[in-house]
Design a protein around this ligand. Structure first.
Ligand SMILES: Cc1ncc(C[n+]2csc(CCOP(=O)(O)OP(=O)(O)O)c2C)c(N)n1
Ligand code: SF4
Ligand SMILES: [Mg+2]
Length: 284
């Protein structure tokens, strides 16, 4: 279902985005509103949590609940919100630096825990807010202010990383394809478990990758098997093309379900035990 302007207006806050004209993040914001509209989500049912970076401004531009947290600390906050109220739709937003450098540890373990939330990784291949230094996704051919002769570090491929660390839904899209991106974001939100949407979102000010990605991107083949992990890793790590679409999807118990099942086991074990009994057991 196409989403009209009036629906998108419901999710737009009074604060006008201050991203540079042409920044890829505008496309991501629009696509996210379209996804909310398509799913019929009310702003009060959604919490958007970000780190620090140009991408970190995301929650301020929406009428959903938001939390602009610390650099690389999106995941602990998002996990806390989801654990406290599993009924909320939780969206985490991070840049490539925020997610894979300072926040890498948190990100990897969020994949492993299979927390039921959606992670939007806005990848512009550099640290934009701090004026264009190299990040873990800086391309081999790319020069930045901090690496004028090219980066001396290897590139980290976020989709492969997430798959290997146990994420159960992994997709890649391009900010210039708002409708396709909206569809993938909606599917990620509906997926029960940790969903990564890796979004190629060019920074027009410090390293404009629009033309580069327009030539590189390709949609996954029609008969692509989303459940085949080896195939997903092969397509995710192909640096000749950037394959777009849902790379991998599987179903495993979520973090919340596992916590609930442990709670139930503990309740069964101790159902006839009083607090006094428990205190007596600890007494020496
Ligand atoms: C603990 C800490 N270290 C460093 C910084 C400085 N800093 C702010 S944003 C940023 C990088 C942002 O890059 P990225 O996450 O890719 O987001 P983008 O701006 O590209 O969207 C850094 C290093 C900070 N705010 N906090
Ligand atoms: S500096 Fe780059 S990433 Fe930041 S708002 Fe401008 S275009 Fe977007
Ligand atoms: Mg970045």
């Amino acid at each position: 279902m196409a989403v009209g302007t009036e629906v998108r207006e419901r999710y737009k806050s009074d604060l006008k985005p201050i991203w540079c004209p042409g920044c890829g993040d505008y496309g991501v914001l629009t696509a996210t509103f379209m996804a909310f509209g398509n799913l019929g989500l009310k702003p009060e049912e959604v919490v958007i949590i970000s780190g620090i970076g140009c991408s970190g401004r995301f929650p301020a531009f929406t009428t959903a609940y938001g939390f602009h947290s610390l650099h690389g600390r999106t995941m602990p906050v998002a996990l806390g919100v989801k654990a406290a109220n599993p009924n909320l739709t939780v969206i985490a937003v991070g840049g490539d630096g925020d997610t894979l450098a300072i926040g890498g540890n948190h990100f990897m373990h969020a994949c492993r825990r299979n927390i039921n939330l959606t992670y939007l990784l806005l990848d512009n291949n550099l640290y934009a807010l701090t004026k264009g230094q190299a990040s873990p996704t800086t391309l081999p051919s790319q020069t930045t202010d901090s690496t004028p002769y090219g980066s001396y570090e290897n590139y980290v491929e976020p989709c492969a990383l997430a798959i290997l660390y146990g994420a159960t839904f992994v997709a890649r899209e391009f900010s210039a394809r708002a409708r396709k991106l909206a569809d993938v974001i909606a599917q990620a939100i509906q997926h029960p478990g940790f969903s990564l949407v890796h979004i190629l979102s060019p920074c027009v000010t410090f390293f404009d990758t629009y033309d580069f990605y327009k030539q590189q991107v390709k949609e996954l083949p029609q008969d692509y098997d989303q459940t085949d992990m080896h195939l997903a890793l092969k397509y995710a790590t192909d640096m000749e093309h950037r394959w777009l679409g849902i790379l991998y999807r599987t179903y495993k118990p979520t973090f919340e379900e596992r916590v609930q099942s442990i709670k139930e086991k503990a309740m069964q074990r101790y159902q006839n035990v009083t607090l006094k009994d428990l205190l007596n057991r600890r007494r020496v």
